[in-house]
Design a protein around this ligand. Structure first.
Ligand SMILES: C[S@@+](CC[C@H](N)C(=O)[O-])C[C@H]1O[C@@H](n2cnc3c(N)ncnc32)[C@H](O)[C@@H]1O
Length: 334
């Protein structure tokens, strides 16, 4: 009897959750039948108070061009259009774009909106002043890096993120959440906490809570080759809780750096190159240090010591063109 009831209950729960994901969405100004896909991070923000708070904290000027990643059905977009000069919205799902277009037309705001249909990670962003977005969480890490390490100078990015991801981004050296992504962002930007947002403010309700943060690019950034920096931090954070001595003495790492530094690769050279690496770590007092406890300044200092000793982390590490400074890859989340 229990088993029959259990099966029936599962059936009902399954039916309800399918129905919720395919809600008849009521925006007040339009009604749409739309099925939301978890795989595309389609959790629509439905609490008007939170939407207003996001727009308020992003301090949009009437002259601003706002970039929105993943406008969905436009709950945030309409408010951004009312506050800004122009909104550029990048959306992957053409069904969402259709709803968005209709809705914005209904509000008489179409002339202010430019929609780019496509993947935000593959789209070359046009100029924008500020980013405001409830982003799909699956692309948080590469998207944050694309913005912070990208070529466009912008004032701020107000982003809704998964709470755990936001906590990592806000972490400082020594915090257990501190990771390579937080370090790489810290090099070029400051991150400020704005508010926590409950999962109940979204439809369909996700499994995780969220937080809003503001990322502000720094005015003054260190004079470091960004590709070289990111290759260096990738090595340091390979295993973030190991000491740098243990990480850098690894034979495979020594061979890799030997190649990248254009040194000869015979056996004797490998041994002396390893001694050179260890020498640099010892000189700077870094051998027993763990990367997750070091500040941006500490790690910049270590990188400069390596480079001065002719040890490089990236093939173009010795080049200093603007192009080389702007490398983007997707593995910052260590
Ligand atoms: C969390 S929903 C946000 C919807 C809306 N901004 C809101 O707050 O109600 C994320 C949106 O991003 C879109 N999306 C997912 N992956 C994307 C990508 N790689 N590039 C652009 N848009 C994407 C989804 O289709 C979805 O509309």
């Amino acid at each position: 009897m229990m088993r029959v009831f259990g099966a029936t209950r599962r059936h009902v729960v399954g039916f309800i959750s399918r129905t919720i994901r395919s809600v008849r969405k009521i925006h007040g100004d339009s009604e749409e039948n739309i099925r939301f896909y978890k795989s595309r991070g389609q959790h629509i923000l439905i609490n008007p108070r939170i939407l207003n708070d996001i727009v308020r904290s992003s301090a949009i000027n009437p002259t601003d061009t706002v970039l929105e990643i993943g406008p969905g059905t436009g709950n945030l977009t309409v408010k951004l259009l009312q506050a800004a000069h122009k909104v550029i919205a990048v959306e992957l799902d053409h069904r969402m774009v259709d709803v968005l277009d209709k809705r914005v037309l209904h509000h008489g705001l179409s002339s202010k909106l430019k929609v780019i249909r496509g993947d935000a990670l593959r789209t070359k962003f046009p100029h924008f002043d500020t980013v405001v977005a409830n982003i799909p969480y699956g692309i948080s890490s590469p998207l944050v890096i694309k913005l912070v390490y990208g070529a466009i100078r912008f004032r701020s990015a107000t982003l809704m993120l998964q709470k755990e991801f936001a906590t990592r981004l806000l972490a400082n050296p020594g915090d257990s959440e501190f990771n390579r992504l937080a370090l790489n962002v810290k090099l070029l930007a400051d991150v400020e906490f704005v508010m926590d947002v409950s999962k109940r403010d979204f439809l369909p309700c996700p499994k995780v809570d969220s937080s809003v943060v503001i990322i502000r690019p720094k005015d003054q950034v260190p004079d470091v080759d960004l590709r070289e920096w990111r290759a260096f931090t990738r090595t340091c954070f390979n295993t973030k809780n190991k000491t740098l001595g243990a990480t850098f003495k690894h034979k495979r790492k020594v061979m890799e750096l030997l190649k990248l530094s254009n040194a000869d690769e015979d056996k004797g050279k490998c041994q002396s190159f390893k001694e050179k690496i260890v020498g640099v770590l010892k000189t700077g007092g870094f051998e027993d240090k763990r990367p997750s406890k070091l500040s941006v300044e500490d790690l910049l200092h270590l990188l400069s010591l390596f480079n001065e000793a002719g040890i490089y982390f990236n093939e173009s590490g010795k080049l200093r063109s603007e192009e080389d400074r702007l490398g983007i890859d997707n593995d910052d989340n260590n």
